[in-house]
Write a protein of this length. Structure first.
Length: 148
């Protein structure tokens, strides 16, 4: 049995989300895996960079493409703690990523509810460590509300 399963890598993405939380960023983390090796780690940096496109997935796509020396991520898996938004799903389409695994669903702005197209060859798995991923997001927004 392979110890490097979806849960293992989602825990790594959750660790990235915790880094974002500690920086006051919306706690979303992502890792990209190629042949059971993490080739990119990222978390939201929108506040730090003053950049609305600095989502965890976008940062990870750039790092993975740089690591592989090409823009296509066909043989890679994206693990992300929150269902990708329209922008990130669109970017995943262009990378032709092989698989997307996400934790918490995004009922208002997630790609599935907005019917955003992803690449037809991309497999999607949802709900991996959903409770842990959701808890961190809820904790962040509760604390943010209490500070304001």
């Amino acid at each position: 049995m392979n110890p490097f399963d979806d849960t293992y890598f989602m825990k790594k993405a959750l660790h990235e989300a915790e880094k974002a939380f500690d920086k006051g960023e919306v706690p979303v983390g992502a890792v990209i895996v190629f042949k059971d090796q993490i080739i990119a780690r990222a978390h939201n940096l929108t506040e730090m960079l003053n950049d609305v496109t600095a989502h965890a997935e976008m940062q990870a796509f750039t790092a993975a493409a740089d690591f592989l020396g090409g823009k296509y991520l066909k043989d890679c898996v994206l693990y992300v703690t929150l269902e990708p938004c329209q922008m990130c799903a669109g970017a995943s389409y262009w990378t032709q990523i092989g698989k997307i695994v996400y934790g918490a669903s995004e009922p208002k702005l997630g790609f599935s509810v907005l019917n955003t197209k992803i690449h037809p060859k991309t497999n999607v798995v949802s709900g991996v460590l959903e409770e842990e991923c959701s808890f961190l997001l809820k904790k962040f927004f509760i604390e943010k509300r209490n500070l304001n």
